[in-house]
Design a binder for this molecule. Structure first.
Ligand code: NDP
Length: 479
């Protein structure tokens, strides 16, 4: 089989990275090598930065409407090639076609459309105050782009998360240099090819967007360290995020970190159990549990524990999962299953014996566990796979204590119909995103991000634009 070759997008051209090191790209569902790419070098990065500088100047000369039109046209390019992106993303990630069709590709289109309506105007604002002499002092606050910014994204929602960063970086007036995960380069490579083809038609300044493929430790770190790159927006694991933060800090760069999660799903006895179970299945196993927002620790009020459990098991047994991202990742998930066994966890679905039928593939059956101590790794560490634990609680105070007993604080799904309790838990649960009687609801205008080890900073309309800009305060004089 001829291997596909994935390309960078630099200076308006689709071309391979210049490192001699070749990175293999696997199709996880088939567990087969199907593509390759060349790692990128600092020379590739320097070339991207050089072009980005010129392109950003040109971009600043565009009116708001012109910029908005460019973003809308990029959205249209993705939309016009929807089926190709769909096929590409499914092959590269092993995810279910239905998931990519309903989530990954539509959201990538929406990201550009959404930020096309949030182009920074940089009009600035005026402030006035009376001084001791009774004269009015006038200040101007000016906002401007940072220049060139770096964005780094993970493999679980490849195009969705990459475009979620590229679009606001452009909307704020910057040039952007993007690094996708080397595990899933295909949709970014396709985007680069299409931008190379359509750049004149869509009026995209050459070099405004660069996409560099390669390892985090090579081109990822080089992007973070490059002195001309003024900010880093990173989505990935907490371990890598910490390293990125340290490097960005030594360059005194702005850094936004969207990191891992260990999200609780809390069900009180006054909740609508049927709806809670339906959402429990989706929130646990969508994308094989490989979404930072997936629920992984269930806390069920003790008097509804058995009823919820039986229905959850029944519904889980009917679902179909796609493939995990790689054999290495499957090994990591399997190591948690072995730990569950050592900790005397009870497998309600997907025990080790049942999983044997998937040997030699990257598939797993969904796993529901119970009887695990709160301090076990299964209740504390991010697994990022189709594995959840069931635990019980007596009352509200204990539920809050358990939900907060984690080093992470990304999201929580809480099921209750008691309004007073909703108000109390909104305040007390430590998570950047809380859904009552729901999961993964998003209004793109709302700030998105995590507390504790789940991240630093917020992304969303105003928050993303603010992150990718800087302000000047100017004293204009007194009258
Ligand atoms: P990683 O942290 O391993 O990688 C994320 C990206 O960072 C990849 O492109 C990676 O490249 C790159 N990278 C890794 N190390 C460095 C470094 N030192 N300097 C610069 N770049 C680096 O995460 P995964 O790809 O494994 O993604 C899964 C993680 O992402 C999970 O923890 C998940 O929770 C989190 N996530 C968080 C989200 C959120 O919004 N909070 C959303 C989605 C996922 P390479 O592939 O070569 O390592």
């Amino acid at each position: 089989m001829k291997l596909k070759e994935f390309s960078n997008f630099v200076a308006g051209e689709s071309k391979r990275g210049s490192a001699s090191e070749i990175i293999d790209v696997f199709a996880p569902a088939e567990n087969q090598l199907y593509g390759k790419l060349h790692d990128s070098t600092t020379e590739d990065l320097d070339a991207a930065v050089k072009m980005a500088k010129e392109a950003q100047r040109e971009w600043m000369s565009f009116s708001r409407d012109e910029k908005s039109n460019v973003l809308t046209r990029i959205a249209k390019v993705i939309e016009d090639h929807f089926d190709l992106f769909l096929e590409t993303e499914v092959k590269d990630t092993g995810k279910l076609l239905s998931f990519a069709k309903n989530v990954d590709i539509p959201r990538s289109v929406t990201n550009f459309r959404f930020f096309s309506q949030h182009i920074s105007s940089f009009d600035g604002k005026e402030l006035r105050q009376k001084n001791a002499q009774g004269r009015e002092e006038i200040f101007r606050v000016l906002s401007s782009p940072l220049g060139i910014v770096g964005v780094i994204s993970p493999w679980n929602l490849p195009l969705y998360l990459l475009t979620w960063k590229i679009a606001p970086a452009l909307a704020a007036g910057n040039a952007v240099i993007a690094k996708p995960s080397e595990l899933t380069p295909a949709s970014a490579s396709l985007l680069g090819e299409l931008l190379a083809t359509y750049q004149q038609k869509i009026n995209l300044p050459t070099g405004l967007i660069s996409i560099l493929h390669g390892y985090g430790k090579t081109i990822g770190e080089a992007i973070v360290e490059h002195p001309e790159i003024k900010a880093i927006s990173f989505t990935g694991g907490t371990f890598s995020g910490r390293k990125v933060y340290e490097k960005a800090a030594s360059g005194l760069k702005k850094c936004s970190l969207e990191l891992g999660g260990k999200n609780p799903f809390v069900v009180f006895d006054d909740a609508n159990l049927e709806e809670a179970v339906d959402l429990a299945v989706r929130s646990s196993f969508s994308n094989q549990g490989q979404i930072c927002l997936c629920s992984s620790r269930f806390y069920l009020q003790e008097n509804i524990y058995e009823k919820f459990k039986q229905s959850f098991i029944e519904k889980t047994k009917k679902i179909e999962l796609g493939s995990l991202i790689s054999s290495q990742h499957k090994e990591k998930v399997m190591s948690f299953l072995l730990q569950a066994k050592e900790c005397k966890g009870v497998f309600l679905t997907g025990d080790l014996e049942e999983q044997k039928k998937h040997e030699g593939t990257n598939f797993l059956d969904p796993v529901i566990l119970e009887n695990l101590p709160q301090k076990s790794p299964l209740n504390q560490e991010e697994i990022f796979g189709p594995v959840v634990t069931l635990n019980s609680f007596k009352g509200e105070e204990e539920a809050i204590m358990l939900a907060n007993d984690s080093s992470y604080g990304l999201a929580a799904s809480i099921w209750t119909t008691n309004l007073g309790r909703m108000l109390r838990l909104s305040q007390q649960v430590e998570a950047g995103n809380i859904w009552f009687n729901g999961w993964m609801r998003r209004d793109l205008r709302a700030p998105f991000g995590g507390m504790k080890n789940s991240g630093v900073g917020r992304e969303g309309s105003v928050d993303s634009i603010r992150f990718f800009t800087q302000e000047k305060s100017i004293f204009m004089g007194e009258i």
